[in-house]
Design a protein around this ligand. Structure first.
Ligand code: SF4
Length: 234
């Protein structure tokens, strides 16, 4: 595993668990609004941590941590993600996986082997605007098909999951959420995440978002009937 670091303690990343969050390096998307450019653009990565060091840390926290949240970057692009998670499960830890959904084959293996306890998947935008929103061109259309497959897999998995969208004024319009609602209708949980313009992958995005506003409360009000649970994260 190529790890970009870990946050020793989190009480919010893994719902209901005292956890640590581990960040993997590299991603299959190039979302201009990405807040972790150093995890996506490997040239910016400067603090690579070894897997050995991470497991040594876990050993020290034995009995104190209940779970590990694996995030990125995109964890499912790591060739040894399955073995990594097996090692966590052997240590009795619950595993939450954050994913952008580009590797449904990996998700399927993890779900079938009961290696993940919670999945959080990003829904970047409605399908027609998806590739543009993640910084890719139309020639990457197969990736969108894979994302759609992941949505289906997760919704049918029977394990706890959530979908979430970082709502970026200028990239999202209110009507996009009608399309997203049709797509993931009936989902167990859907969260809107407020966009914060701080460190981002593509500084040019700031021109697009300038003076734009989008009302998260209104989107929630209009669409929450489609989900078992819906919330806003600020
Ligand atoms: S926000 Fe986009 S580019 Fe950044 S880690 Fe997530 S999927 Fe990758």
């Amino acid at each position: 595993m190529i790890l970009g670091g870990y946050q020793k303690l989190t009480l919010i990343d893994y719902p209901g668990k005292i956890a640590t969050t581990v960040f993997t390096l590299g991603c299959s998307f190039r979302c201009p609004f990405c807040h972790n450019p150093e995890l996506v653009n490997l040239r910016l990565a400067h603090d690579e941590k070894s897997e050995k060091e991470f497991f040594q840390f876990l050993a020290k926290r034995k009995g104190k941590l209940e779970g590990v949240c694996i995030t990125g970057g995109e964890p499912t692009i790591q060739p040894d993600i399955i073995d990594f998670i097996k090692k966590l499960k052997k240590r009795g830890l619950a595993v939450k996986l954050d994913s952008n959904g580009t590797h449904p084959d990996v998700l399927k293996k993890l779900i079938d082997a009961k290696l993940v306890d919670y999945i959080a998947m990003d829904i970047k935008n409605q399908p027609k605007k998806y590739l543009n929103t993640v910084g890719l061109s139309e020639k990457n259309a197969p990736l969108l098909d894979r994302v759609k497959l992941s949505v289906e897999l997760i919704m049918q998995s029977g394990i706890p999951y959530e979908f979430r969208t970082t709502v970026v004024p200028g990239l999202h319009e209110e009507k996009d959420f009608d399309e997203i609602s049709k797509w993931i209708k009936g989902a167990r949980a859907y969260y809107l995440q407020e966009y914060r313009e701080k460190k981002i992958l593509d500084e040019k995005l700031k021109k697009k978002t300038k003076d734009k506003k989008i009302d998260l409360e209104k989107i929630k009000e209009n669409t929450e009937k489609n989900f078992k649970k819906m919330g806003i994260r600020r």
